[in-house]
Design a protein around this ligand. Sequence first.
Ligand SMILES: [Fe+2]
Length: 399
Amino acid sequence: MPSIHIFTKDLRPGMYIVQTGESWRDKPFLYAKPGRIGSKEEIAEILRQGFLEAFYDPDRSEQPKEGEPDLLASRQVDLPEPKIPLREELKAQEIAYTNCVDSMQHIMEEARGGHLDFKSAEPLMSDIVDSVYRNSDALTSLSKIKTHDEYTFAHCVNVSIFSVVFGRHLGFAGEELQRLGMSALFHDIGKMRVPPTILNAPRSLTSNEFAIMQKHAQIGAEMLAELPGIGDDILSGVAEHHERYNGQGYPHKKKGRQISPFGCIISVCDVYDALSSKRVYKEAIPPTKALSIMYGMRGEAWEPGLVELFIKILGIYPVGTPITLTSGLQGIVTHSNPQAPLYPQVLLCRDRNGRHIKPPASVDLAQQHEFQIIKALDKKTVSFDVLSILTEESVPHSS
Ligand SMILES: [Fe+2]
């Protein structure tokens, strides 16, 4: 069996650490001293020295004792490269994504009137899962490139996209992955029972209004529980998406492993999309900034390692992010690099004088060290149309 990546916070005595041959220059925080972890004190020392990640060999490791928790963050699996190029999947999903948001708006508004048609969303979810399997970067980037007036409905679709991508990396597949997506798609269905004056208030809510708003998680789970055949995992995901690892969430102040895997995953994706979306009372925060805010919540809002893994999957600069490089060039991230997140693949589209680069040039920053990212750009301020450039026929194929 190949070695398995783990965050050092999740190490336990008996695990056999292996040396992967990675250079310390590429992975300065990788603990790579081979051998069996002897004690909790040894783990404390590894953490004290600042190591964040390690690889262990499950075959040479002692098996966990009965009742030891299966940490979600330890379940991560490596995935194959995308099956089709980003450009192709973007073109296929550009209209489909908007249609999906419109369909979800219809389903949720009908639910406001008392008729909740959960089943009619299943084909939408199947299409999302299929797209994620072909090239997950297409829908994750479209969700941030496209803007919608109606936040609530686009948010539900976006959270389901991120949950499927995240869940797949955590080892969910098949029916279970589909159910995770459905739970995420309906995670805010309870908001259809919140008065629109509170739901769409362009200001801070009063404490009384906030208390009403907070009920949406429990109400949503109750709305779904009235339907036949909705699994407990789906209901838990909806009910627990505002619970927090440190017990400071709502509605039941659950903590740690009391929160279901679906609840944990949807919670991460919910916060990411909420931060990086425009609301009636705030502008969108660029995805890179949103991820850095979430990194500051690590180990508190979510179990140790979970949000770090989410960032690793999306990349510090998620696909679709416009960026400026050291030389004054501007480009768009087209492929993240989980092994070296600061060095993704980029499509250069503006030279240092702001002139078009025709056709855009594909650069792998991990290979061409003369280019480095200075900063992610706010999509409102860039002078080019990200989606048009990513879908141009002349753009070199990049997976
Ligand atoms: Fe919510």
